[in-house]
Design a binder for this molecule. Structure first.
Ligand SMILES: [Zn+2]
Length: 222
């Protein structure tokens, strides 16, 4: 040991020390980043803001979109055991009762009347609202059947609603936000299927209306 310390010069010792300290420092930094994201998620139980982090440590490569919490207290149930998510169902809805079909609050009020809810709702400007936590089973898909034959689709899927009517189509901002959200969900779960509501319930459902799947798939690849 003595010999070793004699051989290496003072400078090398300092460099080595600096290296070790920077490695420890970086490790702590990344751990804190991850922790802070988780913390933000937990704090989001209330009404307002959610996890929003553009530079998040170890999970930085998974870009996290800005999501605003607008959690509802209906239209879902808490599963008895943690659920496995492998499907995303895309929907359209609008406020058929109010003056403005694109009103976020109007759409949410309709969900309340019917006791349903998606996990996420994307308004015309592309703002993403979280209505139900991913861990919970939201009532968005109703009765339907997967291409692989499975039923009870709510139990393993995440529902995303875009605000649009049968007569129009999703806006560019809605596509952009949807892509961000889907990419984010794909980074968290092993998503096997991304389907329209009409694909699992063709006799009853026609949404998502005027949804351009070619465009969606092209954007998802970028
Ligand atoms: Zn639907």
């Amino acid at each position: 040991m003595l010999l070793f310390t004699d051989i290496i010069s003072q400078k090398i010792k300092i460099i080595l020390l600096l290296l070790i300290f920077s490695i420890i420092g970086l490790t702590i930094y990344f751990m804190l980043q991850v922790y802070s994201i988780e913390e933000k998620e937990q704090k989001s139980n209330g009404v307002k803001y959610v996890y929003y982090n553009d530079r998040g440590g170890l999970i930085q490569s998974k870009r996290i979109p800005k999501i605003i919490d607008r959690l509802v207290n209906w239209g879902y149930k808490i599963p008895p055991t943690p659920r496995l998510i492998d499907t995303i169902i895309i929907h359209s809805s609008y406020d058929a009762l109010g003056v403005n079909p694109y009103s976020v609050e109007g759409v949410i009020y309709e969900y309340k009347i019917y006791g349903v809810s998606p996990h996420y709702l994307i308004d015309r400007k592309g703002t993403i609202f979280r209505l139900v936590k991913d861990e919970y089973i939201a009532y968005h898909a109703g009765k339907g059947k997967m291409p692989d034959g499975r039923i009870n689709i709510n139990s393993f899927s995440i529902g995303i609603e875009l605000i649009n009517t049968e007569k129009d189509e999703p806006t560019e901002n809605q596509y952009l936000s949807l892509i961000e959200l889907v990419k984010f969900l794909k980074s968290k779960y092993k998503i096997k299927y991304i389907l329209g509501h009409n694909e699992i319930s063709p006799e009853q459902k026609t949404d998502p209306w005027n949804f351009d799947w070619q465009k969606f798939n092209r954007m998802l690849k970028d």
